[in-house]
Design a protein around this ligand. Structure first.
Ligand code: MG
Ligand code: MG
Length: 402
């Protein structure tokens, strides 16, 4: 990109801070990231991605002119040091211009590519007095935007600092938790409408934290996803659940299907298929009884790659399910081409199915759609007779609940 790197950026920022301190001026650090970078890289390949980075760098430099510094902090992350501002609002204005510029299509390797971008802003001296702190805080503001967001920026606030140090602590404890054996699995039964028997179980992880008590997955799974700890935790879940069920089978429990959730990070991990193969061999768990649950957003993030990845998993002899169906985006035409065995109707549609016409209509439509494609349809979060009756009459195959 020809831009200064992080090291040089910090050095320039130190000089800017010294000048601003002397002149009482406002200095802002803007960190801008290209949205969905890994997807862009995977879709277009390394060379085009590199060309795109260079083009974005050129554009940023053009926007800020010779007065301010642009730098490349990492992979697809840039910093702009904007000095001599009268108020922090000027920083917001610059951020908006930068993001608007990013949205304009770039010509790379003979094609036009449009990218999104998000930004975080930290202002000197309010948000930090050293170069390192300012950059860290601008990045913290950026990182607090939802990963799915493709545009927009936000200012750093001190609450982000408290939240990020809490997160840091939780993150360290999360990594230690696997070794300390603080995780446990609970199972939700899946019952066949046809036979009224339990035909499967979904393994659900809980974290028994020494001080916080039972931490629900919604609180630690996103963190584990971000830090990569999910890969290790995911391996533990697979291994533990398969061994546990093998013990039940040995004790005389009739064979049951075991459903395991696979997160986006695990799904994209190159070691997923060999890891599962090794685990099946080590535990002796019958592959045809294993069902991996993937959310539709994970599968649909890259439909072209999904055909190959799902095919590799399917080739292990295991089953695949689309989890939380109806909550994300699905390409229905792709769905029928993938080797998927079941669709799981998200509990949000099941919850008020007996009282809300549109929930009931959506649930019925998903069941009809799944059945038409020859998929098994499993309704989640079924807790009442009313729900049971409606789902049964709609032709749902299985129900799951506490
Ligand atoms: Mg699930
Ligand atoms: Mg689910």
């Amino acid at each position: 990109t020809g831009l200064p790197n992080r090291f040089l950026c910090l050095d320039r920022l130190r000089q800017n801070i010294a000048r601003s301190a002397a002149s009482d001026g406002v200095l802002a650090v803007l960190v801008v990231a290209i949205a969905r970078w890994s997807l862009i890289e995977r879709s277009f390949g390394r060379t085009t991605a590199d060309g795109l980075l260079a083009a974005v760098a050129k554009r940023l430099t053009a926007v800020i002119g010779g007065l301010d510094t642009a730098a490349r902090l990492g992979e697809a992350r840039f910093a702009v040091l904007a000095g001599n501002l009268s108020t922090a609002d000027d920083a917001a204005r610059i951020a908006q211009v930068l993001l608007d510029q990013l949205k304009q299509p770039v010509a790379v390797a003979g094609r036009e590519i449009a990218v999104g971008g998000t930004g975080g802003i930290a202002v000197y001296p309010a948000d930090g007095e050293t170069a390192e702190t300012l950059v860290a805080h601008a990045e913290a503001a950026l990182d607090r935007l939802p990963a799915s967001q493709e545009s927009g920026y936000q200012f750093y606030t001190s609450a982000m600092h408290t939240a990020s140090s809490d997160r840091l602590l939780l993150e360290q404890q999360l990594i230690a938790a696997v070794e300390r054996n603080e995780f446990l699995l609970l199972y939700q039964p899946q019952i066949s409408f046809a036979s009224s028997r339990i035909v499967g179980m979904e393994a659900l992880i809980r974290w028994r934290h020494p001080e916080l008590g039972m931490v629900p997955p919604a609180e630690f799974i996103p963190l584990a996803e971000e830090t990569g700890a999910i890969v290790q935790i995911g391996e533990w879940v697979l291994d533990t659940a398969c061994r546990e069920l093998q013990r039940w089978f040995a004790a005389g429990v009739a064979p049951l299907r075991l459903a395991i959730n696979i997160s986006g990070r695990q799904y994209n991990d190159a070691n997923l298929v060999p890891g599962i193969r090794g685990m099946l061999e080590a535990t002796g768990f019958p592959p045809h009884l294993l069902e991996l649950e993937l959310t539709e957003s994970v599968i649909m993030e890259d439909v072209i790659d999904a055909a190959r990845r799902l095919g590799d998993l399917h080739a292990l002899g295991i089953n695949l399910a689309v989890d939380d169906f109806g909550t994300g985006y699905s390409s229905l035409s792709y769905l029928k081409r993938f080797p998927i065995r079941s669709l799981k109707v998200d509990r949000s549609f099941v919850r008020d199915i007996a009282h809300n016409q549109s929930s009931a209509a959506i649930a019925r439509a998903i069941i009809a759609f799944g059945s038409a494609l020859g998929l098994k349809v499993i309704a989640e979060g079924v807790e009442s007779h009313d729900q049971y009756d409606i789902l049964r009459s709609s032709g749902c195959d299985e129900l799951q609940g506490y």
